[in-house]
Design a protein around this ligand. Sequence first.
Ligand SMILES: *Cc1c(COP(=O)(O)O)cnc(C)c1O
Length: 380
Amino acid sequence: MVKEIDFSKVPTPCYLLDERLLIKNLSTLRGLTERTGCRILLAQKSFAMFYEYPLIKKYLHGTTASGLFEAKLGYEEMGGEVHIFSPAYLDHEFDEILQICDHIVFNSFAQWRRFKDRVKQGPRPISCGLRVNPEYSEQEHGIYDPAAPGSRLGVTLANFEPELLEGIEGLHFHTLCEQNSDVLARTLKVFDEKFGTFMKGMKWLNLGGGHHITRPDYDLATLEKFLHFAREKYGVQVYLEPGEAVVLNCGYLVARVLDFVHNGLDIAILDTSAACHMPDVLEMPYRPQIIGSGLPGDFPYTYRLGGPTCLAGDIIGDYSFPQPLKAGDPLVFCDMAHYTMVKNNTFNGIKLPSIGVFNDRDGLKIIKEFGYYDFKNRLS
Ligand SMILES: *Cc1c(COP(=O)(O)O)cnc(C)c1O
């Protein structure tokens, strides 16, 4: 039986993952693997709620990491393939990376030169790759654009040193952000023009993340066409490493109204903070959806929603509701699984939201709660 979540029963603030929606996304990704042979990794940078890794492992091939700690988490909690990319590896971390990673992607030929002998002499076979920068992107968010002028991420064609490719088994590019497959198609064309000749003799091509595969309007057919194209043209294993798409629309942040202030407009103070618990709302910036709310004026009662910190700009946005809000009312923010738990902080000593899951068998389960010591332990 499909159960409805009773959000009024959720202790707040709480990130709540709906496992039924996660399985739906994972099934879409699994179908893609079955039809195209591509392998899909979870980019842990976006979502690292490892309680769900045993479930995710049934559908995906493994994890990718932005550094040693994420790699360890993927290795310990999911298993499968462990891939890593870092703009620059640390000498003292590299031995541990060699023990747990299956693919290591280097950001420059200098990094490759620096570490390649250690890979060769390492304890196990590792497939090494290079991140390239096709210097092509179609996105408007400057801080999320690794192909922007002056980017430090990936080797540009001008810096490419084909004579150093011996031992390199794959190329990697990551330039998309929340984009559809038409953008991938155009990026792949540029990649092919610039770097296609270097794919000769390689074993894999990694197309990075930023593919919004599980969004309702995503054009899967075009993605599949280009996954086949890449596989056949270069004769390689193709990888995708989405983060956001794995948990898109699978989670909520449940919060409560604490109090009200009036200063030219009605302001509600919540027990959740944009700055601490959903930093992308300020950084990106974007306006999260709240169940049962509308734009200012859509419904009779409009409020500005703010957090419990002393940051003046800790504002989530202006929302309207059909009924006046009351202290204690729950508010349910949608699509809060990605780039939230992994990015939150204890600024102002604000408590971190609990982490909960919901499924039809067990209903609501709170799997982790945080307290004063999570704040204190990060300081000294
Ligand atoms: C951020 C990132 C990803 C995941 O991106 P999403 O937008 O969450 O899909 C994958 N690979 C690399 C190298 C990244 O930096």
